[in-house]
Design a protein around this ligand. Structure first.
Ligand code: AMP
Length: 218
């Protein structure tokens, strides 16, 4: 299975990607997670990316394209992969096409999660994440322990800097301007699989499995 998860921040790419990864036995590759780890480790990539990320802007294409090439060449991607957060621009999508050609692979589909903007803002401003294991929480529907720790690993659960409302609004504008053209890009290649991403996690999960089956994937 080689799948792209497409959708605005907060549409559920991370949540559903983690589950799909387990179900289909392929790695979910989140470029946001890779960048956050690089920032935390203070690597050269992290230093270059940090400022863009905190401002809700995209990290330059050249950095992202090198990053994804390196990642897709790792052996765990041989059976397939889910891309969460890449590509985010048309040049990134073109570079991915070139890279897949080089590797002799092709995409099975682009799963597009549709969620209304007011719901996204609600989700992201109440989203919290474990600083240790990365588990995603929601203050309303799936809160961490009362002491603010993760029930899985005991790590501190925090709010991402870029999940504050002003930055969320900026990220949504960036999505509209720079990422939404990918809907036409992949639509023209008949790869698009739209799914209504609004509703409870299990409900959306059911729709995803059904849509993938209907598309002959998984
Ligand atoms: P995410 O966790 O996917 O919301 O990503 C968090 C931030 O990382 C984004 O707001 C961007 O600053 C950066 N980022 C992640 N993936 C990409 C990408 N493919 N292209 C450019 N910037 C990215």
């Amino acid at each position: 299975m080689r799948l792209i998860l497409l959708g605005p921040p907060g549409s559920g790419k991370g949540t559903h990607g983690a589950w799909l990864s387990e179900r289909y036995g392929v790695p979910a590759i989140s470029t946001g997670d890779i960048l956050r780890a690089a920032v935390a480790a203070g690597t050269e990539l992290g230093q270059k990316a940090k400022d863009f990320m905190n401002r809700g802007l995209l990290v330059p294409d050249s950095l992202m394209i090198d990053l994804i090439e390196e990642r897709l060449r790792e052996p765990d991607c041989k059976p397939g992969f889910l891309l969460d957060g890449f590509p985010r621009t048309v040049p990134q999508a073109e570079a991915l096409d070139g890279l897949l050609d080089k590797l002799g692979w092709s995409l099975d589909g682009v799963l597009k999660l549709d969620v209304p903007e007011d719901e996204i803002i609600r989700r992201l401003t109440s989203r919290r994440v474990c600083s240790q294991c990365g588990r995603i929480f929601n203050l309303v529907t799936d809160p961490p322990l009362e002491d603010g720790r993760c029930p899985d690993c005991g790590g501190q659960v925090i709010q991402r800097d870029d999940d504050r409302e002003e930055t969320v609004r900026k990220r949504l504008r960036v999505y509209e301007e720079q990422t939404s053209p990918l809907v036409d890009y992949y639509g023209a290649r008949s790869l698009l699989i739209p799914v209504d991403g609004n509703g409870a996690v299990e409900e959306v999960r059911g729709r995803i499995v059904e849509a993938l089956r209907a598309a002959g994937i998984g």
